[in-house]
Design a protein around this ligand. Structure first.
Ligand SMILES: NC(=O)c1ccc[n+]([C@@H]2O[C@H](COP(=O)([O-])OP(=O)(O)OC[C@H]3O[C@@H](n4cnc5c(N)ncnc54)[C@H](O)[C@@H]3O)[C@@H](O)[C@H]2O)c1
Length: 361
């Protein structure tokens, strides 16, 4: 395997709206790769409930083997839809997908969709860097009964090296962007865990003298993300708070269906997925917004394919497409709505229009 080996992309649609948005995401990826002349090996595999019903495994052994192989390659990636249960937690920890990037930048054409006043959206461009393989989600679980009353506990736990690598990741992204980093914590109520985070940040920031650093309590941050979202650049935080805060940025944008994400491992193996879940309330209706998945494809073009110009073109295509096409979650009163598939086709058409315009400039 040489560094020039084409990326291997495993497409794992999952269940609920997963297969609907991933079908469109894959079509957009293949469209861009075709136009760009970029080779890739793409294969699709059932995971989650559809796999469990067929094989008794959420992550069938042959899919695990394919993932192990892709993870060992220089440029392996997963395009994931959504699952109600496993295997997403297992994938994150098995492949050490510790750095979860969740960008949120409202498109001007969609300002009216946000519950915030348009002037509050001016200049909003936030990147949440969420630690993804530790925290209370993976902490020690215990249950018991004490004097006839049931109790349950799950430990919030972080090792120093886990904190250090995500803090470095946040600082690195801040340096490459607007050079501003906010560490979100709860050191007032959870002093040991977040005292460690603050200590590590104090040590690591020395290597990034151009990055302005501040910290916020998670509850204050939740409020400020709604009141003053434009004040923030990179937000670095743990698994639990990152989960909550990125739902807020989804709401700021106007729909969770717009939010993409990339989860990166130290080796470069990466998983790309929309931030939302299986959305059982709209699954099977053609109403799911595929733009979070298409945004995840844009992140894949940047991080796995190393093709930022094609990623920029895809971003420009999305901005063009939403000027005319709206899935129900981003439609205003009186807007004609389109289906998941129609939005995908509109993005592909817009992509060709953007590429043609650039070629004639
Ligand atoms: N990575 C994952 O696979 C993942 C992530 C989050 C939740 N989940 C799972 O998904 C299931 C449903 O969870 P939930 O209902 O709390 O959250 P959800 O994200 O599935 O849905 C929350 C709301 O957002 C809407 N929404 C989400 N994605 C959308 C899209 N692309 N287009 C339009 N609207 C969209 C839904 O219709 C719903 O109203 C749960 O079992 C949960 O565990 C999975």
């Amino acid at each position: 395997m040489t560094p020039t080996t084409p990326p291997t992309v495993l497409v794992l649609p999952g269940e609920g709206i997963g297969p609907e948005v991933v079908r469109v995401g894959r079509a957009v990826l293949e469209h861009v790769l075709d136009r760009a002349g970029l080779p890739a090996t793409i294969s699709e595999h059932a995971v989650g409930r559809p796999a469990y019903e067929r094989t008794g495994q959420w992550l069938p052994d042959p899919v695990r083997d394919a993932l192990d192989q892709a993870a060992a390659e220089p440029r392996g990636a997963v395009l994931f839809g959504a699952t109600a249960d496993e295997p997403i937690g297992e994938l994150r920890s098995r492949y050490d997908l510790y750095a979860n990037l969740r960008p949120a930048r409202p498109l001007p054409a969609l300002h009216a969709v946000s519950p915030l006043r348009p002037e509050r959206l001016e200049g909003v461009d936030v990147l949440i860097v969420r630690e993804l393989v530790s925290d209370v989600y993976y902490g020690r679980r215990r249950t018991g009964t004490d004097a006839g009353r049931r109790w349950a506990g799950q430990e919030m736990y972080y090792r120093e090296d886990e904190v250090r690598r995500i803090v470095r990741c946040g600082l690195g992204h801040a340096e490459a962007r607007r050079r501003h980093l906010t560490l979100v914590h709860k050191a007032n109520a959870i002093p040991d865990v977040f005292g460690l985070w603050l200590d590590v940040l104090a040590e690591e920031r020395a290597a990034y003298p151009h990055v302005e650093v501040q910290d916020r309590y998670a509850d204050t941050m939740a409020m400020e993300l709604v009141l003053r979202p434009a004040d923030f650049d990179v937000i670095v935080t743990g698994n639990l708070f990152g989960d909550l805060l990125s739902e807020i940025t989804g709401a700021v944008l106007g729909s969770l269906g717009l939010m993409p994400s990339a989860s990166l491992s130290p080796t470069g193996f990466a998983l790309y997925e929309p931030v939302g879940g299986t959305a059982p309330d709209i699954a099977g209706t053609g109403r799911a917004n595929p733009l979070g998945t298409i945004g995840s494809v844009e992140l894949m073009l940047r991080h796995t394919f190393g093709a930022p110009r094609w990623a920029d073109r895809l971003a420009a295509a999305v901005a063009l497409a939403v000027g005319l096409w709206r899935t129900p979650d981003i439609a205003g009163p009186g807007d004609k709505t389109c289906t998941t598939e129609e939005m995908g086709a509109a993005v592909c058409d817009a992509f060709d229009a953007v590429a043609t315009e650039e070629a004639t400039e």
